[in-house]
Design a protein around this ligand. Structure first.
Ligand SMILES: CC(C)(COP(=O)([O-])OP(=O)([O-])OC[C@H]1O[C@@H](n2cnc3c(N)ncnc32)[C@H](O)[C@@H]1OP(=O)([O-])[O-])[C@@H](O)C(=O)NCCC(=O)NCCSC(=O)C[C@@](C)(O)CC(=O)[O-]
Length: 302
């Protein structure tokens, strides 16, 4: 099968990337990061998360961030919403898309959102209905689709089951997530095919963490299957607070460099993303995790 000619890259750094940072990051810095990313051309940025601040303290300023962003027409600013409390806060803050986040693993569901998969779907049902009533896009994440830090192997049938349940809630997009970055390219097609059997391929995305250095290879394997939406995080920021040892998402700079090389259109200016990656890494006091980003930054210095 030939590769897609065009893909959508969803930038998740301001949420998935920063949620695990130990030091409190100011709302101003998060806002500046989001603005830099949209100026690079991202049309979908995951900017906030309306979860319990006791569970994820770093996301406590989400309302301030959403309200402070310089809104760019045409850009979808997304926010995570685990329940109605989160949904109401996201609505008030002007989120264009809400993200319900479940898992293909029972054990992860309990650790991450303190309920079973079945209970989570019931909570999400209310959120889904409210999103439809308010004309807000609805996205769902399926964590641990390729493996779980607590239960290990995750059967394909669990992935199909959760994707089907999210489809029935009326989701516009469903993310197939490798939360702990354990997938290898041979594992990608079976999982994506299980999801494709349940949901429209154009609405499925690949959300790969790069813990074992496999994310780009896994994205390539997903391109071969025909997936056209990918998530990435500027400077490779990130990690999930409820998945020990999981590192960041695949770096946006690396994905963009690969897409450029493959001749796949993204609509995003890699140079501006490199600047944004260097900017946030300097503020966090460490080197960006992006190989392409660091190489381009070093080349500029001559
Ligand atoms: C889901 C809950 C809230 C259940 O947590 P719970 O303790 O079962 O909830 P509860 O309903 O009993 O409420 C407990 C307290 O939290 C408050 N509360 C309740 N809901 C909210 C809310 N929305 N916003 C703010 N506060 C909230 C509520 O008001 C109450 O406050 P108290 O009375 O004790 O003062 C909790 O487990 C939680 O917040 N979990 C979030 C965990 C999280 O954010 N994980 C990281 C994101 S997922 C991820 O990164 C994976 C993903 C998406 O990127 C894809 C991938 O790679 O796999």
């Amino acid at each position: 099968m030939s590769l897609p000619k065009k893909v959508k890259i969803v930038e998740v750094g301001p949420r998935d990337g920063l949620q695990n940072e130990k030091e409190t990051i100011s709302a101003e810095l998060k806002i500046e990061l989001v603005n830099r990313l949209t100026s690079a051309g991202f049309v979908n940025v995951e900017a906030a998360s309306f979860v319990s601040p006791k569970w994820v303290p770093q996301m406590a300023t989400s309302g301030e961030v959403m309200r402070g962003i310089a809104r760019k027409p045409g850009v979808i600013y997304s926010a995570l919403t685990p329940n109605m409390k989160g949904f109401e806060a996201a609505l008030e803050a002007g989120a264009d898309e809400v993200v319900i986040f479940g898992a293909a693993s029972e054990a992860f569901s309990q650790k991450n959102i303190n309920c079973s998969i079945a209970e989570s779907i019931e909570r999400f049902r209310e959120v889904a209905l409210a999103a439809k009533q308010n004309n807000i896009r609805l996205r769902a994440a399926v964590s641990c689709a390729f493996g779980c830090p607590y239960q290990g192997e995750v059967p394909l049938s669990s992935v199909s089951d959760v994707v089907g349940r999210f489809r029935d809630l009326g989701c516009d997009e469903i993310d197939i997530a490798d939360t702990i970055g354990v997938a290898t390219p041979n594992k990608v097609a079976p999982v994506m095919q299980a999801a494709i059997r349940e949901f429209n391929i154009d609405g499925l995305s690949g959300h790969f963490h790069d813990t074992y250095g496999q994310a780009l290879a896994n994205i390539y394997a997903s391109l071969e299957v025909g997936i056209t939406i990918y998530h990435s995080s500027v400077a490779g920021l990130g990690g999930c607070p409820y998945a020990k040892g999981a590192t960041g998402n695949v770096a946006s700079e690396d994905v963009l460099y690969m897409m450029q090389g493959l001749g796949i259109e993204t609509g995003i200016d890699l140079d501006i993303v490199v600047d944004a990656g260097q900017f946030i890494s300097q503020h966090l006091g460490r080197k960006a995790v992006s190989r392409a980003g660091n190489a381009i930054a070093a080349k500029r210095l001559g």
